[in-house]
Each structure stands twice: as C-alpha cells, then as structure tokens.
Design a protein around this ligand. Structure first.
Ligand code: AP5
Ligand code: MG
Length: 190
C-alpha cells in the first residue's frame, strides 16, 4: 500500500492536491475536516458538538477523529492505499494512526508538508470564504486556525522527521506546479 500523510497549515492546498493524488495513484482520500463537515450537515450529535469547536478554529477531540479514521481504514483495507488530509494534527493522533495501521500490517510511506507563508494562507481562505461560505473562513477564525496549527500541529512534523519520512514541499505556485513537486516525492518513496 501507498499511505501518504498530506500535511500543512489551513489553506495550504491539502484538499486541492489530494484530489489530484487520489486520481493518479488510486488512493482513498480521508479528510477528517470533510468527515466532520458531513456530520455537521447531517446534524448528528457528533456534528452539533463539532460545529461549535470548528467555528472557533480549535481542534476537535483526538478520540472523535481517531474513531472516524479507524472506521475508514477498516472499510478500505483492501485498496491501494490512503491519503490522510488534515490528520494527524497532534502527536497522540500520529501515534494512534501508527497503531491503527499496524493492526492492518501497514505503515505511513511518507509525510509531505506544504509550505505556504501566512499572508498567502489568509488570502486564499478569505477568498474561499467569499466564494463558498465555509463558516470557519472568516478572518478571526482563520488566524485562530493558523495559531492552533503552529502550536499544536507543527510538532507532528518532528514525529515523522525522526523516522526520516517528513518531506517539505514548496506550496506556492500554480496547482500543477505543486502537484509535480509532490509526485516527484511520492515516486521516490514508493
Ligand atoms: P480542515 O477541513 O482540515 O481544514 P484546514 O486544515 O483548516 O484546511 P483547509 O481545508 O481550510 O485547507 P487545505 O489545506 O485543504 O487547502 P485547500 O486545498 O482547501 O479542518 C477544519 C476544522 O475541522 C479544524 O479547524 C478542526 O476544528 C477540525 N478538524 C479537522 N481535522 C481534525 C483533526 N485531525 N483533529 C482535530 N480537529 C480536526 O485550499 C484552500 C483554498 O486555496 C481553496 O479555495 C483553493 O482553491 C485555493 N488554492 C489551493 N491551491 C492553490 C494554489 N496553488 N494557488 C492559489 N490558490 C490555491
Ligand atoms: Mg482541506
């Protein structure tokens, strides 16, 4: 299996690039943000609880997201692999992912992190807020999300760095240019 962690701050292009990657490598895309937003849309108990946290730009509990991931892994364990988008976001999530993959005799192949400066992140997300109306794409929540990323999520890079699996990629440029950079990295590890 090819199992990729696609990492990076809010607005760095994880979702956009994941769409391209899953087409080329026939992987299953697991975005915890998308999974949470479908719970919100379906107005489940979990969704109602998550919405308030997401609108503040904070992290939903590890327990909730890990449960969602385990379910997805189990459903697709006979496929070609997974792309994890927006997960893991804490060291505990990274450990839980490792355990869950070990249970199906798998491991992470590579972690690719998209580097994009803060001004560009804010520009992209404010723009998406105007066009698509995602409720956490307002300036206050955008800044909070980036702060949370810097404090709570950056340490995850050190976890993969230790295993020599962390590869930073320049996330500035056209979507095609960035995709080509990502493909180069994947093909080296695969
Ligand atoms: P999540 O949905 O993961 O959001 P995020 O990390 O804030 O990132 P985004 O989805 O906003 O950005 P992206 O990197 O996918 O960029 P995109 O491709 O969309 O999480 C949302 C919330 O859910 C969290 O705040 C948290 O509350 C909760 N949550 C989720 N996972 C969790 C977890 N594991 N643990 C705990 N809580 C969790 O691109 C952004 C915009 O830029 C788009 O409009 C796009 O068209 C544009 N764009 C993309 N590429 C380019 C380019 N090269 N040039 C110009 N524009 C571009
Ligand atoms: Mg996304």
């Amino acid at each position: 299996m090819l199992n990729i962690v696609l990492f990076g701050p809010p607005g760095s292009g994880k979702g956009t690039q994941a769409q391209r990657i899953i087409q080329k490598y026939e992987l299953v895309h697991i975005s915890t943000g998308d999974l949470l937003r479908s719970e919100v849309a379906a107005k489940t108990d979990l969704g109602m609880k998550a919405k308030a946290i997401m609108d503040r730009g904070e992290l939903v509990s590890d327990e909730i997201v890990i449960g969602m991931i385990r379910k997805k892994l189990d459903e697709h364990k006979d496929g070609k692999g997974f792309i994890f988008d927006g997960f893991p976001r804490t060291i505990d999530q990274a450990r839980a992912l490792r355990n869950a993959l070990t249970d199906i005799d798998e491991r992470i192949t590579v972690m690719i992190s998209l580097d994009v400066p803060r001004e560009e992140l804010v520009r992209r997300l404010e723009n998406r807020g105007r066009e698509e109306g995602r409720s956490d794409d307002n300036l206050e929540t955008i800044n909070k999300r980036i702060d949370v990323y810097e404090k709570q999520t950056i340490p995850v890079t050190f976890y993969y760095e230790k295993m020599r699996k962390h590869v930073p990629v320049n996330g500035l440029g056209t979507i095609d240019q960035i995709f080509k950079r990502i493909v180069k990295v994947i093909d080296k590890f695969n």
